[in-house]
Write a protein that binds this ligand. Sequence first.
Ligand code: JFZ
Length: 302
Amino acid sequence: KDQRLAWFKDAKLGIFIHWGIYAVNGIDESWSFHNGYISYDDYMKQLDGFTATNYNPEYWAELIKESGAKYTVITTKHHDGVALWDTKYSDLNVVDKTPAKRDVLTSFVKAARSEGLKVGLYYSLLDWSHPDYPNFLRDKKRYTDDAKRWAKFTKFNFGQIEELTKFNPDLYWFDGDWEQSAETWKAKEIRDLLLEKTPTTIINSRLQGYGDYATPEQGIPITKPDSKYWELCMTMNNSWGYQPNDTNYKSVNQIIRILVDCISMGGNLLLDIGPKPDGIIPQEQIDILKGLGRWTNKHKSA
Ligand code: JFZ
């Protein structure tokens, strides 16, 4: 384990990317329909606005590199079930269902690698669009007791997870594990599958106890966490995805202080950006990444 996690131990800074159809209306990723602020149908109309017209994965990767980050984690599929890659397990993906008409994940993984960045893939275990997932908050029905449906969903989930192994990710960043138990997800089997297919990889904390590192839940820890390996994930403003109305950005200085807090306690900061539906990174976020870069490059260690 120590060998697998060696790069992570001194990575210090990572850049998280929340990119999905939620950027079209600039609303909360997946939660907006889950919590009933928008209907499911209206949420899905955003598919038509995900154009990726100005998407430049090489520029994204350069910018991330320039910030001083050593790794990047991108949302391959959020709770809404919309995949950024050409998955064969569902047509709910940006290739089949949006004007982008192409796999936007493969090109990013390639670009990030050529900048020497480690690549992490965010994947939501729960899928509030899948007909066999117990999507109890959307239509108030529960299907968990229906073993056949759950078996179908599990097959689908394992299928997509196995597809992601083809990207040979350095890190799997699972999310949404809280809705089911380790046993129901088959968390151990997921871990075994990943370590068999990609033996040098790292698994984050949200796999119902089967991850490799810790995530402080209450923001910046006050004292050094017990775990040798940990990561704080944080937004630049108050949103994960692109929300033009949220202008509550932290300053570069504030973010540097938080980064230093994390580093001094042996952890990493995973700082989030939210690109627009056409692939443009908001200027405020570019400015922060460049600002961080000016600082990290001044304090480079071997
Ligand atoms: C999850 C997602 O629901 C959210 O939309 C976003 O993608 C974020 C990165 O991850 O939200 C969580 C889940 C768990 C914690 C915080 C946010 N936690 O344990 O502190």
